[in-house]
Design a binder for this molecule. Structure first.
Ligand code: HEM
Ligand SMILES: *[C@@H]1O[C@H](CO)[C@@H](O)[C@H](O)[C@H]1NC(C)=O
Ligand SMILES: *[C@@H]1O[C@H](CO)[C@@H](O)[C@H](O)[C@H]1NC(C)=O
Length: 326
């Protein structure tokens, strides 16, 4: 090998080595010595909240996604606004639709009592998302931990979250920017098999499609009739929500993909997955193979949970998940 080639190979190796490192910053069992009860306590709080209101599970899965896509999984989504700063949680992307903050607060309070200053809010969110998915019938998975909490949360940055009006190219790009593949995007969107949506997230499809008074032709007619009944035109009632997978809104099954196949995806961003040959193939495959989707979903959640994490001595372990340490 000539020196130039060798040099090139070394550079490639170093880049490869560092990229491996990036993905191995977090560890399964990170708290086993310093706070061995952590996963038990988080699960117990999720279980209690779930018993009172099963809808909390979908909220906590979505919370992890919204946390990770903005500034990495650093619990920036949990920080409260101050008179000087409007935080992520008060952006239109999160307010009033994102729920579950109290579950994280309750877990954090118990954890501070037994192992003060040890467990990050970002890890609590990651554990709670896993527990929630499992409680709705999804496959459990090990959550690598060791995330530290960030100190910045800006409402303006939530524009980096995907819009429900996106097409496949836009969705693919925004996930690629976070290191996730198109297939992982399709896999993760399967989370829409649990939970509810406010009418405002899709009512353009019913009443004002592409700025006309038509309805979205890609939406099943009889489903559209039902949705119109549930979401009257011009309603501004913020407590109106509809299930995203009406046949089993509380179950982590492949109902989402089955819906999309019969033109009953709730959002444009769901239904467009049929418009691209590659994503359509995955929708079909996931609909037919629940256990394949489950495995892919767990793996993709673990990968999503590593986006832009802060580790080591960087960031902080927030004492109160809503407030950066003084
Ligand atoms: C592909 C791009 C995505 C878009 C455009 C999108 C958009 C949305 C929108 C608009 C809602 C309804 C909010 C409301 O009006 O109440 C929603 C709900 C939800 N999303 Fe997504 N989402 C995406 C991907 C994901 C991912 C990757 C996950 C998690 C892995 C996720 C999990 C959820 C869950 C669980 C709900 C239900 C929340 C609840 O019931 O409280 N979404 N999403
Ligand atoms: C209808 O959609 C257009 C753009 O698509 C938007 O400018 C307009 O404000 C919408 N009208 C209503 C009533 O939502
Ligand atoms: C808003 O919707 C909720 C849920 O359907 C309903 O209970 C409530 O009465 C509505 N409020 C108004 C002002 O229409």
């Amino acid at each position: 090998m000539n020196p130039k080639k060798l040099h090139c190979a070394t550079v490639v190796f170093i880049i490869y080595f560092f990229s491996l490192n990036v993905h191995s910053q977090l560890e399964i069992g990170f708290y086993s010595i310093l706070c061995s009860e952590v996963e038990f306590i988080v699960k117990d709080e999720v279980r209690k909240a779930f018993a009172m209101n099963p809808r909390i599970a979908a909220g906590l899965v979505r919370m992890h996604f919204h946390d990770c896509f903005i500034r990495g999984c650093d619990a920036s989504v949990l920080i409260d606004s101050t008179p000087q700063n409007t935080a992520e949680k008060d952006s239109p992307a999160n307010s009033p639709s994102l729920i579950g903050y109290e579950v994280i607060d309750n877990a954090k309070a118990r954890l501070e009592a037994v192992c003060e200053g040890i467990v990050s809010c970002a890890d609590i969110v990651a554990f709670a998302a896993r527990d929630s998915f499992e409680m709705t019938g999804g496959l459990g998975y090990d959550v690598p931990a060791g995330r530290r909490d960030g100190r910045i949360s800006l409402a303006s940055e939530t524009i980096k979250l995907p819009s429900p009006a996106f097409n496949v190219d836009q969705l693919t790009k925004i996930f690629a920017a976070k290191g996730l593949t198109q297939e992982e995007m399709v896999t993760l969107t399967g989370a829409h098999t649990i939970g509810h949506s406010h009418c405002s997230s899709f009512s353009n499809r019913l009443y004002n499609f592409s700025g006309t008074s038509r309805q979205d032709p890609s939406l099943d007619r009889s489903y559209a009739i039902r949705l119109k009944r549930q979401c009257p035109q011009g309603s501004t009632n913020q407590s109106l929500v509809v299930p995203m997978n009406p046949s089993s809104p509380g179950r982590a099954d492949v109902g989402f993909y089955v819906d999309v196949l019969v033109n009953r995806g709730l959002f444009t961003s769901d239904q467009v997955l049929l418009k691209n040959p590659a994503t359509k193939k995955q929708v079909r495959e996931n609909a037919r193979k629940p256990s394949l989707w489950m495995r892919k979903f767990s793996a993709a959640m673990v990968k999503m949970g590593q986006i832009g994490v802060i580790t080591g001595d960087d960031g902080e372990i927030r004492r109160n998940c809503r407030v950066v340490n003084g």
